[in-house]
Design a protein around this ligand. Structure first.
Ligand SMILES: Cc1cc2nc3c(=O)[nH]c(=O)nc-3n(C[C@H](O)[C@H](O)[C@H](O)COP(=O)(O)OP(=O)(O)OC[C@H]3O[C@@H](n4cnc5c(N)ncnc54)[C@H](O)[C@@H]3O)c2cc1C
Length: 383
């Protein structure tokens, strides 16, 4: 058993931490307050190789592996969860195309996702009536001989207004022909394709610098070569992408939680009540102890899942375990951070309130906590 990072992993972690502290941290509160999409920051992340950490070097990625990706996500999330989610989805899209794409698709999109030419990538699976249950989707892709024609809509699409390429899921067979998830295929749709419209951004509780918007497809024609993977094989692609994505969101939660702990430690040592630093009180100490213990447990779960993925071993259950634990722990930790900060935890002057708002979504997107528990229990019961 090996708990030490290798040279590449340490290097990626250091580069991400340095950039996060130096460049992102001073802007993070303003990005949240003004709901500013961090476009320039993402361009710099591309320059550091952080938009395609686990995409092969031959396709323009950093080829640094799944563990390095998890570490980089933690570092960016610890300062700005809004930037981190755009980074996470772009990495996920790059990996999906690198894994399932034809040579032409890989060469067309992976280097552009990695170097920032695409700005970011987007992942369009959810619909108004189909979130946890993608088999309920109603967006269709019709075969018109020389083209696929998409009709329908998508909901909650991260980075929708800025993405250079969307991975889009649509029905290629009716529910009667191929019920549920068996009639879904996956397509690559460049941003700006005629017939694709990005709707009004959602007004969210947290990750307010992230753009989340619906998509409308109205007779949107894409070439036959835009099919990603096998016809009707889209559900498998979505599930494989989400398994990896869950390591990313675990890492986002871990980053937020680490920031909460660091800020709480420093505040507890400075803040005095009844003539003593509040860190002297056992009530505060126990919170800090619980925060650190849960943080480390979350980290071990997430890095184990990343380690398995990197070695090509099954990691779906472990990714779900990491996600459910890390994201729920991050919510508990962020709540403790607000409590430790007292009244100052409730106002914008300190980051604790932003961390609590940002942590909240992590138990919802890329599969809710309930769905992670379904995945874990199914795998236990089928074993
Ligand atoms: C900020 C944000 C960004 C997002 N980004 C993206 C994106 O980029 N791309 C994308 O495709 N989607 C995205 N999503 C969508 C997200 O993945 C879904 O919101 C999520 O999967 C839940 O789906 P839903 O909202 O339809 O909830 P529902 O599926 O309607 O669930 C409602 C509740 O019922 C529970 N539930 C549902 N089924 C079961 C079950 N079988 N057992 C037990 N409980 C169950 C759920 O856990 C939840 O608590 C994003 C969402 C948000 C909020």
């Amino acid at each position: 058993m090996e708990f030490e990072l290798n040279e590449t992993q340490s290097m990626v972690q250091r580069a991400a931490r340095d950039f996060a502290t130096r460049v992102i941290r001073p802007q993070a509160a303003e990005i949240d307050r003004s709901e500013r999409f961090p476009r320039e920051i993402l361009a710099e992340l591309a320059g550091l190789g952080l938009l395609a950490v686990n995409v092969p070097e031959s396709l323009g990625g950093a080829g640094a592996g799944a563990v390095a990706y998890a570490l980089a996500m933690q570092e960016i999330s610890a300062v700005c969860a809004s930037t981190a989610v755009a980074m996470a989805v772009t990495n996920m899209v790059g990996e999906v195309i690198a894994t399932f794409g034809t040579d032409t698709q890989k060469v067309e999109h992976c280097p552009r996702l990695a170097d920032g030419t695409h700005t970011v990538g987007a992942f369009a699976l959810s619909e108004t009536g189909a979130g946890s249950d993608p088999g309920g989707m109603v967006t269709t892709a019709r075969d018109e001989g020389d083209a696929w024609v998409l009709d329908g809509s998508k909901q909650w699409i991260t980075s929708a207004a800025y993405a250079g390429v969307f991975v889009v899921w649509a029905r290629t067979a009716s529910q009667a022909e191929r019920p549920g998830t068996r009639g879904i295929s996956c397509f690559l749709v460049p941003g700006g394709t005629p017939g694709l419209t990005v709707g009004k951004a959602e007004d969210k509780m947290g990750i307010r610098g992230s753009n989340t918007a619906p998509l409308a497809f109205d007779a949107c024609r894409i070439p036959k070569a835009a099919l990603l993977g096998d016809l009707h094989g889209g559900f498998k692609i979505a599930m494989m992408a989400l398994d990896g994505g869950r390591i990313g969101i675990s890492s986002q939660a871990i980053g937020i939680a680490r920031a909460c702990l660091e800020e709480s430690l420093s505040y507890a040592k400075d803040r005095r009540a009844f003539d003593r630093p509040i860190a002297d009180y056992q009530a505060i100490q126990w919170k800090l102890a619980d925060m650190k213990t849960e943080l480390d447990a979350a980290n071990l779960l997430a890095l184990r899942a990343a380690w398995l993925k990197e070695r090509g071993l099954p990691f779906s259950r472990e990714a779900s375990m990491a996600k459910v634990f890390a994201t729920e722990a991050a919510n508990r930790i962020a709540n403790h951070a607000v409590q430790i900060h007292g009244g100052y935890g409730y106002i914008r002057e300190f980051a604790a309130e932003r961390h609590l708002r940002d942590a909240r979504v992590t138990t919802i997107y890329e599969g809710t906590s309930e769905i992670q528990r379904v995945v874990i229990a199914r795998s236990l019961l089928s074993g």
